[in-house]
Design a protein around this ligand. Structure first.
Ligand SMILES: [Cu+2]
Length: 152
């Protein structure tokens, strides 16, 4: 009787686990910029890979360290570079895309406290089917994102 109960508990736990883990998508080299104290906003960069056979659409982001977060892209309008909120960012099946300085980024608004170098910041990416992809971004100084991104 007791064994049965443990066994069914284990089954329940493993079902829960498989629902919660979004294994098709992996995030690597996640960093967030440390800006001088007093600047309320910052941005995060990473490489996101879709190992599955279906496109994944990211529709929003959030983090506990700030009031809000948005998916952004840098857009050239004539000579002017500006940022634009993205309603969705597609990670095509079997491919990876880079969130990198000058391109896609997660814009973080209203930091509750200044970030410290080396601090890990948890960011959640939300997909169109309401899955949450959690990543840990390391806080780095501007200009140090690149070294984090490329391993040659
Ligand atoms: Cu932005």
């Amino acid at each position: 009787m007791k064994n049965n109960r443990i066994q069914s508990m284990l089954v329940a736990v493993s079902i829960l686990f498989s629902i919660n883990v979004f294994a098709e998508v992996t995030v690597s080299d996640a960093v967030v910029r440390v800006l001088p104290p007093g600047i309320p906003n910052t941005s995060a960069y990473f490489t996101i890979k879709n190992n599955g056979d279906k496109d994944v659409a990211l529709v929003s982001a959030n983090t506990d360290v700030a009031t809000s977060a948005e998916l952004h892209a840098h857009i050239m309008t004539g000579e002017m570079m500006s940022m634009q909120k993205q309603d969705q960012v597609i990670v095509p099946a079997g491919q990876s895309i880079e969130f990198a300085p000058g391109g896609l980024h997660v814009m973080i608004f209203g930091l509750k406290a200044s970030l410290k170098e080396g601090q890990m910041v948890k960011i959640n990416l939300i997909t169109s089917d309401n899955q949450s992809i959690s990543l840990q971004a390391k806080a780095v100084k501007p200009g140090e994102e690149k070294q984090q991104h490329h391993h040659h």
